[in-house]
Design a protein around this ligand. Structure first.
Ligand SMILES: [Fe+2]
Length: 389
C-alpha cells in the first residue's frame, strides 16, 4: 500500500538550453522593477549577462543590483533589505549558484519584515515566519544545490559560535525556476565536481531517508540515473551541453527530493562544519559522502534484512551495470564507486580548511543525523571526519 505523504508545491519550471531568454517576459508578469541578485563575477562577466541586461533595458525593466560574493550571512541579507525597503519592488530575481539563490530567496522573504533575518532562522531566532514575500524567480548557474526547488534559504554566520541555519517556509519555494543548462557551461572544474557531489549526496540521502516515500523515491531514481550518465562527463568536459543538461536536471530533482524527503548525516556535517569553518558546501558533501555511506552501511548491517540495505543494493544495481550478483556485492560496489569519485575529483581533505584533530569532538557533538537511515553515534561521526581529515 502507498504510504501517506505530503508534497510541497513546485515552482513553475522552465527547463532547457536557452530558456534564460524567457526571463524578461516572465518578470513583466509581476511588474517592471526588480531586485537582481547575482554573484561578483561568473555570470556578470558572461556574454549572456550583457544580452540579458540589454533586453532589460529594451523592455524597460529596472533593477536594483545586489551582489553576493560568499555564502549569505544575516548581515548581507539585512543590509540588502534595509537599503531597498523604501523602493517599490515587484519581484526578486536570483541568477547564480546556491548562495545567490538562497540570498535572493531570503531577501524576497524579508522585504515585508522589520526584524533581522536572524530572528526567523531555525534554531537561532524565536520568531515564526508567516511566509509573506515578494515573488521570487530562481535562475541557477551551477548544477548542485537544487535551491531553485526548495523551501529554505541557508544563512551562515561563520566562527566559534557560528551557525548554518535555514529560513524556511512552504511559501519560499521559488515562484518560477528557469533551469538553463547553458548557463552552467562556464563553471570551473572544481566547482562542477563539488556541486555535482552535493547533488549526488542530496539524491542519495533523500532516497535513503527515513522520511522518503514512493513519490520522492521515483524522482530520486530518475535524478540518480542522470548523475550516472552525466556527472563524470560534465567534469571531464565542461562544454558538453548534454552532460550539463543531465546535471542541471539531477540538481533540480535533488532539490525537489530533499524538500520532501529530507537529508542525511552528510548534510548534518554541512551544518555543523559549515558554521565553524569557511568550507564550500559542495566540498563538505563531496569529501564526506563515501565515508559517511560506508559507516552507515556498516551500522545497518548489524540488523539483518534491513529495508535500507535493500535500497543501498538498488543504488548499486543502478550504478554498476552488472546483473545477477548478491545484494552485498551491489552495496559494497556502490560505496567503492563513491570512494573512486572522491579520488578522481581530487576532493580536498578538511585539514586544508583549518580543521584540526582537537576540533573533531566538538563538531561531532553538534552534528545531527537528520533523516539518516542509521542513527550514528558521536564515535561513528568522528570516524567519518577523521577519515577525511
Ligand atoms: Fe546540499
Amino acid at each position: 500500500m502507498v504510504k501517506p505523504f505530503q508534497f510541497a508545491r513546485l515552482p513553475l519550471i522552465h527547463f532547457g538550453n536557452g530558456k534564460i531568454a524567457l526571463l524578461p517576459g516572465l518578470i513583466k508578469r509581476y511588474g517592471m522593477t526588480i531586485i537582481l541578485v547575482t554573484d561578483q563575477k561568473s555570470f556578470i562577466d558572461s556574454s549572456g549577462a550583457k544580452e540579458l541586461f540589454d533586453s532589460f533595458q529594451k523592455q524597460g525593466i529596472r533593477y536594483h543590483h545586489v551582489i553576493i560574493s560568499n555564502e549569505p550571512s544575516p548581515e548581507m541579507i539585512d543590509t540588502a533589505v534595509n537599503s531597498l525597503k523604501d523602493e517599490a519592488i515587484d519581484a526578486v530575481v536570483g541568477i547564480g549558484g546556491g548562495s545567490v539563490i538562497d540570498a535572493g530567496k531570503a531577501i524576497s522573504g524579508m522585504m515585508y519584515k522589520p526584524e533581522s533575518v536572524k530572528e526567523y532562522l531555525e534554531g537561532v531566532g524565536n520568531r515564526e515566519h508567516p511566509g509573506t514575500k515578494l515573488p521570487f524567480v530562481a535562475v541557477p548557474t551551477t548544477a548542485g544545490t537544487g535551491s531553485e526547488a526548495t523551501k529554505n534559504a541557508v544563512i551562515s554566520q561563520i566562527g566559534e559560535d557560528g551557525f548554518k541555519k535555514s529560513l524556511r517556509h512552504d511559501n519560499f519555494v521559488p515562484d518560477i525556476a528557469i533551469v538553463d543548462p547553458g548557463l552552467t557551461l562556464s563553471c570551473p572544474k572544481d566547482i562542477t565536481a563539488a556541486s555535482g557531489m552535493d547533488c549526488f549526496t542530496q539524491l542519495t540521502e533523500a532516497y535513503l531517508s527515513d522520511k522518503s516515500n514512493e513519490y520522492t523515491d521515483a524522482l530520486a531514481i530518475e535524478g540518480l540515473k542522470a548523475v550516472k550518465s552525466s556527472l563524470e562527463k560534465s567534469y571531464k568536459n565542461g562544454q558538453d551541453i548534454g552532460a550539463s543538461a543531465g546535471m542541471s536536471f539531477a540538481a533540480l530533482t535533488s532539490g525537489i527530493c530533499l524538500a520532501n524527503a529530507g537529508l542525511g548525516v552528510v548534510h548534518g556535517f554541512a551544518s555543523s562544519l559549515g558554521g565553524m569553518y569557511i568550507i564550500p558546501h559542495g566540498i563538505i558533501c563531496g569529501t564526506l559522502m563515501a565515508s559517511a555511506n560506508a559507516i552507515t552501511v556498516r551500522e545497518l548491517r548489524k540488523y539483518s534484512n534491513n529495508k535500507f540495505l535493500i535500497k543501498y543494493a538498488s543504488l548499486g544495481k543502478l550504478f554498476l551495470d552488472t546483473e545477477g550478483k548478491s545484494n552485498d556485492y551491489y552495496i559494497d560496489g556502490f560505496v567503492q564507486l563513491l570512494q573512486k569519485l572522491t579520488n578522481d575529483f581530487q576532493l580536498p581533505r578538511l585539514r586544508k580548511y583549518g580543521l584540526e584533530d582537537k576540533d573533531v569532538e566538538v563538531i561531532c557533538k553538534i552534528t545531527e543525523n537528520k533523516n539518516n537511515p542509521a542513527k550514528l553515534s558521536t564515535g561513528d561521526l568522528a570516524e567519518i571526519i577523521n577519515s577525511r581529515l
